[in-house]
Design a protein around this ligand. Structure first.
Ligand code: FRU
Length: 454
């Protein structure tokens, strides 16, 4: 089926047409940032997964390259699922999951495959490198996916999402000397996850954190309400024992729509899918479904993962100080509100009077609401916040507060003190007004336009 894209986000990555989900193989190679993503080019619904491919010099303006991986070979008959990339011998290597559907259910096979490129554009497949024969029999070969590879001490290491037969999500650790021959090391966490399956595990060797997603994860007393969660665990892998020593943990994003975040190889930067499973996607009628978040700089401080958006902007085009309320006009851009001794804040974004998205500071927490944003998004979650379009994020309570909001046509990414709250919104065309009221000792509002090249 041919699809025409008639609208698109201004600077968030989406497919040339059709459906996208997880970011894959985030890497800097041959002088450019490469981002791959799960992609079904021929429909706005998930289907046989390709690896879409874009490149950028500045992490904001992205250009399409041909799809890097297309399913259909014996090793990836029905899909090229998520995975990662590594540069080795000046070549770019992709490690991904081949999806072989067979008759579905337990007969599905998920195997880890390898592809290489010398120009970063065309890829040659090498077939299966970690197959069913290299998966200990207590793990299910139908749920074994999303390899993340990195180098440590001249050895390649890889973690893969897995499931114990009759049990729940696990992460398996493998090692290799040459990317082709792999040896099973250990079940990294050694216990079942609360979620039914672990997807898209990711490890940042330098900063010392693990990211992973859990499907159908109970809300842990309201810590997160999305039934599919993304978690970070601060700590390090003990390579001798093949275990992970966890020091602290948290959730990656407090909003509705971040899944499968991954770290750029060797960089302190992550990116996630800006959407979520089990929700309708109103942009289907525009010929696209799914976006990626803006890249985020990450660091570890006080046992927490701190995130800050990376968006290339022009100098601030509008600045205001000290009034109690203000109005502005914008659909896309980055706004920054700085306040000393902040007491209260009410922000309406993308408003036309009848439709708007709100962020308020109340009782020590940020409350985001998209109930009136525009087109309705319905998820599988049944709690009252989810039904009412609400997500909450703790407020730092810092003497000096900096609130940063990255706005695109169909998304809002909110950052304060390293925490993030990200959601899709689908407002009407004419919803372009911003209204802000702040109570603070002093405060300042700033809006910067995105530095778009084309
Ligand atoms: C996560 C995920 C991965 C899988 C991919 C398929 O969103 O389910 O586990 O590889 O999407 O598109």
């Amino acid at each position: 089926m041919a699809i025409t894209k008639i609208k698109a986000p201004a600077f968030h990555i989406t497919g040339k047409t059709g459906w996208i989900n997880d970011p894959n193989g985030l890497i800097f190679y041959n002088g450019q940032y490469h981002v791959f993503f799960q992609h079904h080019p021929y429909d706005t619904k998930w289907g046989p997964m390709h690896w879409g491919h874009v490149v950028s010099d500045d992490l904001t303006n992205w250009s399409y390259l041909p799809n890097a991986l297309t399913p259909g070979d014996d090793c990836d008959k029905n899909g090229c699922f998520s995975g990662s990339a590594i540069v080795h011998d000046n070549k770019l290597w992709l490690i991904y999951t081949g999806f072989i559907e067979n008759q579905g259910g337990d007969s599905i096979r998920q195997v880890q495959c390898l592809a290489e490129s010398s120009d970063g554009v065309t890829f040659k497949k090498h077939g299966i490198i970690i197959g069913e024969d290299n998966l200990p029999s207590e793990y299910a070969p139908c749920d074994f996916r999303d390899p993340k590879v990195w180098l440590h001490d001249n050895t390649f290491w890889c973690i893969i999402g897995a499931k114990k037969v009759g049990g729940r999500g696990r992460i398996l650790l493998y090692k290799s000397k040459d990317l082709f021959n792999w040896e099973f090391v250990n079940d990294l966490l050694g216990t079942d996850s609360a979620g039914t399956m672990i997807e898209c595990p990711d490890y940042n060797e330098e900063l010392g954190y693990l990211l992973y997603c859990e499907q159908f994860q109970p809300s842990e007393n309201g810590l997160h309400l999305n039934i599919h969660t993304c978690r970070y665990c601060i700590g390090r892998i003990d390579y001798t024992n093949g275990t992970f020593n966890e020091e602290s943990r948290g959730i990656v994003d407090y909003g509705f729509d971040v899944y499968a975040p991954q770290t750029f190889a060797g960089k302190h930067m992550i990116m996630g899918w800006l959407n979520m499973w089990d929700r309708n996607v109103p942009s289907e009628k525009y010929g696209f479904a799914g976006m990626l978040t803006a890249p985020r700089k990450v660091l570890i401080k006080d046992g927490r993962l701190y995130q800050e958006p990376i968006v290339s902007c022009r100098a601030a085009s509008y600045k205001e100080e000290g009034k109690e309320t203000l109005q502005d006009k914008l659909k896309t851009g980055v706004i920054t509100i700085k306040a000393t001794n902040l007491e209260a804040l009410e922000l309406k974004l993308r408003s036309n009077g009848a439709n708007y998205t709100t962020l308020s500071l109340k009782n020590g927490e940020w409350i985001f609401c998209r109930a009136l944003s525009g087109e309705a998004i319905k998820g599988a979650e049944k709690d009252s916040d989810s039904i009412n379009g609400i997500r909450r994020m703790p407020y730092s309570g810092n003497k000096e507060t900096t609130l940063t909001i990255v706005m695109d046509e169909f998304s809002v990414e909110i950052f304060e003190d390293g925490r993030a709250l990200t959601s899709t919104i689908y407002p009407p065309e004419n919803a372009d007004t911003l209204e802000l009221s702040v109570k603070a000792e002093k405060w300042q509002y700033e809006r910067a336009d995105i530095d778009l090249k084309a």
